[in-house]
Design a protein around this ligand. Structure first.
Ligand SMILES: C[S@@+](CC[C@H](N)C(=O)[O-])C[C@H]1O[C@@H](n2cnc3c(N)ncnc32)[C@H](O)[C@@H]1O
Length: 282
């Protein structure tokens, strides 16, 4: 299935796909800055997919980015785009704003703090993990279940999964979802090549100026540069020429054998279940 393309795959890729990202330490992933255009011929792929990538593309370049997806897709091919859902985040924000104004509790306050992190932290942060990382490492997290429901399948984007889990194990008891989370997080703690590269980079960063380090981070692909909802993402896809738009979820897709590839689902658990999933046809 090398004619399925996973754009900005990060660490979620399948060897049977063509995988591409600006950072790669694996032979199954091509290393390329996609803001320069996609290094493929027109009409090459049956499927073009990206998850949690579009929000990292500058707003003024989003049209060109989606147009590149369109160009490399075959006629009648499928695009699948997954982004954080601004509408859902705003709904949650308003819900907990109101609850805290009317009947605050430790739980509603913590949920309010978390949803504000989802809204802003990845946009404004100046270092890896940001305030979200700090939230996940706090000594007593009162809204563990809420955070798990929002994040879904636990992955390495949580900076210190061991510490997080040791404090929150009780919340997982008797919860099948949680068992999956724990197993995967142990794997994620493995000594990966990515971590070695990161350590070397951090060592050399010690000798660089603050502005240089900040620029490096801001251009490094982690910060969110824009957010989308059902309306704005649909409009962007339609403006480029896509048709037959459908809202999906982690499990649902018109891509053949979607769940086998475990790109939005791991061991039967949804990854980032509160996201916005849209598929469309060229
Ligand atoms: C939040 S991660 C998502 C990774 C994966 N798709 C997933 O669903 O978990 C965003 C990815 O987009 C990549 N990325 C951001 N800007 C990019 C660019 N200009 N060219 C290539 N990759 C880019 C980052 O390197 C990172 O791996």
């Amino acid at each position: 299935m090398k004619n399925f393309l996973n754009v900005g795959c990060g660490n979620k890729y399948h060897k049977d796909w063509t995988n591409i990202d600006m950072a790669s330490n694996n032979p199954d992933v091509m290393c390329y800055n996609l803001l320069k255009g996609f290094p493929f011929n027109d009409n090459k792929f049956d499927v073009v997919y990206h998850s949690q990538v579009l929000e990292h593309i500058p707003k003024e370049k989003a049209f060109d980015f989606i147009q590149e997806c369109y160009r490399v897709l075959k006629k009648n091919g499928t695009i699948r785009v997954v982004v954080p859902d601004l509408e859902n985040i705003v709904d949650e924000y308003k819900r907990y704003l109101n609850e805290n104004l009317i009947n605050p509790s430790k739980g509603t306050e913590a949920n309010y703090d978390w949803i504000l992190l989802e809204m802003y932290d990845q946009t404004v942060r100046n270092y890896g993990g940001g305030l979200m990382g700090k939230f996940l490492q706090q000594e007593k997290m009162v809204n563990v279940q809420y955070v798990i429901d929002r994040i879904g399948y636990f992955d390495r984007s949580i900076p210190n999964p061991k510490k997080f889990l040791s404090k929150t194990k009780d919340a997982f008891k008797g919860n099948n979802k949680a068992v999956g989370l724990i197993v995967f997080s142990k794997k994620a703690m493995g000594f990966t090549i990515r971590k070695v590269i990161c350590a070397i980079r951090n060592f050399f960063n010690l000798f660089l100026g603050e502005k240089y380090k900040l620029g490096n981070f801001r251009l490094g692909g982690e910060p969110h540069l824009w957010m989308y909802d059902r309306y704005s993402l649909s409009r962007l896809l339609k403006d480029v020429g896509f048709r037959e738009l459908k809202i999906k979820n982690s499990f649902e897709s018109d891509i053949p054998n979607w769940n086998l590839y475990e790109l939005n689902v791991k061991d039967g658990l949804a990854i980032a279940p509160k996201g916005l999933f849209i598929e469309a046809t060229k």
